[in-house]
Design a protein. Structure first.
Length: 366
């Protein structure tokens, strides 16, 4: 297609696809986009220029990135003035899982005129509250997006504290137990219960009947995964042969080897042929230990991971359930903006989105 053939509607669609690619990878190259869309590099540069003028991207040599706060090339008039709202965001990690959630949130914030201020915390409730409280006490934020601890007395106390804040709160990949009866906190989460059921269904479709699960004892996702898994294996007539909750990726080398050896010994003795393992690092550690000890994956054991952060880097690549992490971040910002604009009369919104199954070489028919 030549530049002369492009119609305005196609130009808009092309720019939307450029933004989609930026949200996915964080950066794009002009040459790659020109080949993909079958247009000249000049056309892509014009697209990027228009997106940059609207304050959506930052132009770099040979391409573009999502808009950086350090980008001062766009005038206030081009972006419609200063951000309408300032929203804090606190996540428990900046190295695993959460970067994709943050990318989605930042993209939505840029498009919607929201200034998003990010803080990283740990998985400890006290640290999370300290980081959140620092933002709240500054008095300069209109709302808070958070991923707090939500289990046990400390988690419940933190959720009750969030409920009592004078600014809107939206949870990302977290929800409050029904027993707390929170009435104002909103959230957007992945339906991890469905993810557990989807894993069991995939193994059943391949003929597996004796199956196991290993979840991370430190992850709030594990309990929801187990709900879906246990319900599904009962309905599908599968036999639960291995059921463990541990933190294999946090163990020291010798302890990890001992645990993995014990796990595989149990797998062999029970005739287990398929396992769901959360999270990716635990799945890859089990896979590697199995291969090092002469097992075949998936010949002797099919493995499904949960998170899909690094599962495709396994050898062979590991089948995984992929939560829509960027979409979770985007929807959290959208829900926050709707709350800020419509006020207290807007119904409280609590959203679940569904993970997808990425089938790779680590699962096969029995």
């Amino acid at each position: 297609m030549t530049d002369g053939d492009a119609k305005p509607v196609f130009g808009i669609a092309r720019r939307e696809r450029i933004m989609d690619e930026l949200r996915q990878s964080g950066a794009v190259r002009v040459a790659d986009l020109a080949r993909e869309f079958e247009v000249s590099e000049l056309t892509i540069r014009r697209d990027i220029g228009e997106l940059a003028e609207r304050g959506l991207v930052t132009r770099v040599h040979g391409g573009a990135t999502l808009r950086s706060r350090l980008d001062t090339t766009v005038t206030p008039r081009a972006t419609g003035g200063a951000p309408r709202y300032r929203v804090g965001m606190v996540v428990p990690s900046l190295s695993y899982y959460w970067p994709q959630v943050v990318i989605g949130a930042r993209a939505a914030a840029t498009e919607l005129g929201v200034q998003l201020v990010l803080r990283g915390a740990s998985y400890e409730a006290d640290d999370q509250r300290r980081q959140m409280n620092s933002l709240v006490e500054s008095g300069s934020f209109h709302g808070l997006i958070a991923a707090p601890e939500n289990q046990g007395p400390d988690g419940h106390a933190l959720l009750n504290w969030l409920e009592g804040l004078q600014i809107p709160v939206v949870l990302a990949e977290r929800r409050a137990p029904s027993a707390l009866a929170l009435s104002t906190v909103e959230w957007v989460t992945t339906d991890h219960v469905f993810g557990g059921a989807l894993a069991a269904s995939h193994l059943a479709s391949l003929g597996h009947r004796r199956v196991g699960i290993l979840t991370s004892s430190q992850s709030p996702t594990s309990g929801q995964l187990r709900q879906g898994w246990e319900r599904a294996i009962g309905e599908l007539g599968l036999e639960a042969t291995v059921d463990l909750n541990a933190s294999l990726d946090y163990m020291e080398g010798p302890d990890r080897e001992t645990f993995a050896a014990s796990l595989l010994d149990r797998v062999r003795k029970t005739g287990t042929t398929g396992m769901l393992i959360h999270s990716d690092p635990q799945a890859l550690l089990v896979q590697q230990h199995a291969l090092d000890n002469g097992w075949s994956v998936p010949g002797d054991l099919s493995i499904i991971a949960y998170d899909d952060e690094v599962a495709e880097n396994g050898s062979p690549p590991v089948t995984a359930l992929r939560p829509p992490k960027q979409h979770v971040g985007r929807r959290a910002v959208e829900i926050m903006l709707a709350r800020l604009e419509e006020g207290a009369d807007r119904p409280v919104e609590r959203v679940q989105v569904v993970p997808t199954l990425q089938v790779r070489e680590s699962t096969a028919a029995v």
